[in-house]
Design a protein around this ligand. Sequence first.
Ligand code: SF4
Length: 435
Amino acid sequence: MDLAAVGLVKFADERANVGRAIELCDGFKELTASKRVLLKPNLVMWDEVLPYPKYGVITTAVVVEEVVRLLKEFGCSDITIAEAATEDKDINSSTVAAYRGLGYPALEKRYGVKLLDLNEEPYEKVDFDGFSLNMAVPALEADFLIDLPVLKTHNSTKVSLGFKNLKGCLARRSKTFCHHREIPLDHFVHQIGEKLAPALTLIDGIYALDRGPAVNGTAHRADLLIASRDMFAADVVGTMLLGMEPAEIGHLAAYAREHNLPLDGSNIEVKGENISDHKMQLKWDWGWLEDNSGPTAFGRMGIEGIYYPKYDDTICSGCAFLNNMVLILLLGAYKGEPFNNIEFLTGKVARSRGGFDKTFLFGSCIIRENRDNPLINEAVPIKGCPPRAEDIVRILNEHGINADFDSYLLYRSSLAARYEEQPQFKEQHFAVSAL
Ligand code: SF4
């Protein structure tokens, strides 16, 4: 069996180490100067309104910039950066805002890089076995796709590495389709990876994220770069570094089955650092109370009178992000008195079992799912796909919950404050260098 090479190096604030990781896996072996190169970083969201610690959430600008520089040095002239960040007007989240915030326009000027917003690009319908997805044409047509995920955990697929990052190449409707009521998300993630098959995967592990994939996770300075021409091998190594078993990652297990590969890393040659010297023990899941009535924080605070079952795999990123906001608003609204026998349902498939005075239905999908549910006493729809923050606050207040957006603002400030005074967390990693 040919071994798949993975370069594993420390970053150590040396840009040259990006090139070293690529060299160790012979990452540019299949590259020629005339190829159309497309870089797909993970810029899942942006936020111009609230404090936004980016560590472990999005790909650093320093890695993207160095890869671009190396490509130019190689002689490439057709280089594109493409991503489809979450669009949310309330926080000015968009791909363009992310590009602007990270200083990517300088890459445009300096290296002639094209910046594409995959939320707007043309899509092509791609048929898989039993379903089809609309995929961004530039990603399908690239001659040399470079996948630049972050070393992070994910509350549904457990890890969000090379495979998972490629889901960002789908049209929005296809993304939400992947949070399907019958087909596991991991199946889609596996199939998308098979289809796009990047030429090079470089996992940005300068920061690693515990309980990812979003801003409410906890970042660690892992200071690692993981590169391979084999995305599966890169993801296996990334998973091991996060302290998880590749066999427990649905999309990796499916890929291994399909290609008759082991999941213990025995088909991989790691060059550079040893995995065992850098293994972390990060968590992907969020604790929920045993009776499924809410997150463990509800239990710690003695909150009663509310039933808030755990999100399931059918909830998309947009609703999941705001779902966290709802929980923070409820924690802030709790003043020692039980809530008034209320329940909250999210995602696409949960059905009320009745017994509550009010049932809050979060998002268009769950409203539709429970439209004719006779067990609901009073339905409180929070419309939208996903709902808007201001509507959430207003509707909670209209129904007797004293939700104050400032409590969420305080929470977001506290997330950002965790990294202040810690010199290993460097904001400049998220800014393209000045000339
Ligand atoms: S309402 Fe929420 S769960 Fe439904 S498709 Fe929209 S974002 Fe996804």
